[in-house]
Design a protein around this ligand. Sequence first.
Ligand code: PMP
Length: 426
Amino acid sequence: MAAGIITGTELSAETETALERAVASHRHEALFSERAHNIKQSAVRDVFDISIRPGLVSLAGGSPSLTGLPLDLVAQTASKVITEHGMEALHYGGGKGTEELRALICEIMAEEGILGASPEDVVVTTGSQSAQDIAAKVFCNPGDVVLVEDPTYVGALNTFEAYQVQVEAVRMDGNGLIPEDLEARIAELEAAGKTIKLLYTIPSFNNPSGITMAAERRQRVVDIAREHNILVLEDNPYGMLRFDGKPLAPLRADNPDDVIYCGSFSKIFSPGVRLGWALVPRHLYRRFYLAAEAVVLCPSTLTQLIVTEFFRRFDWRAYLAESRAVYAQRCEAMLSALAAEFPAEATWTTPDGGFFVWVTLPEGIDTYPLLHEAIDAGVVFIPGAAFTSSDEPSNRLRLAFSGVAPEQIREGVKRLAPVVRRAVEQ
Ligand code: PMP
């Protein structure tokens, strides 16, 4: 007992519990796997906790706008599913996900240019996040290399690092990942005797930069990966949210054997249902879904039934068209506020879709300490350093326009502008 450590002293029950916990923590520290030491709290989640404080404008989290969803229809659907499916709705299901949902997923993917995908090649996952985790688990040994875009999604970085892989960044320009840089990085790493397993890319409306890989680069990128026997892990949660025109065909569209494609219901419907999917090359499918089963047994039966039924009853194509208009308007509000408020030394991306604008300040400014000043000014953003695997400070910051109404976006940018101006003038 911890109380026994300090004999003859009366301790409150609370102190006693805290002491016991400290002793247990000390004993168990040595038991953590090396992997566990690599698991970090995501900077986005850190800021998320701050950003829900009343009065703050959050340009931090990339939350979808759910305001256009007919909540009554969602509620009716949930009730119908439970009434009609009874106990089946509350039971375990198959590890790949229900056949009906996998068929619906193929219809959704057809809308964005993946034609003729078979439900047999789909694994329903707990969000796209878990599809990335499964891919890392199935393919990566400690020390293997995963190539990522610079910058890239912080959640994927955390996943890869937890598997003790060496994450190597490939540069992007305004047209996405640069094929020549990809070739150069691969050559260097191969010359150093490294095994490169995956190329993780968010080709449409990259999180955090909002940049889209140009159509003419897409095949080249897959070809380079194929030549070096590297699998492409394509993460496309925002692909359907292009403001104007049809979505660009995903890398997977013409490359069924070389690309694992990850999709998600989080941005097109609701992140709370925690449903995403992987479309897996047939020859890799068995191991992929066995690994998925080993983690979750099966994806949530209840939310799969609700989502399938809801999408069958609801004009989701019309809803997506409305969502695109909402995001386009919010993006425009952010871009015009930046143009009006930010100093001339700052530059930013102009996304064609998705949730984010990526701001670059002059070299030498570290945006991390600016976050504290921004919080004092009543606004939050995510500092750019979160989106790279290096420990270098970053002069960039991510602003999310997706979950905030236009007036709030303008107010947030207005609050942030003096913080940025002070940093630029220093
Ligand atoms: N990939 C990217 C690029 C994302 O931005 C996100 C969420 N922000 C995810 C994956 C995780 O999505 P999900 O909710 O489907 O797990």
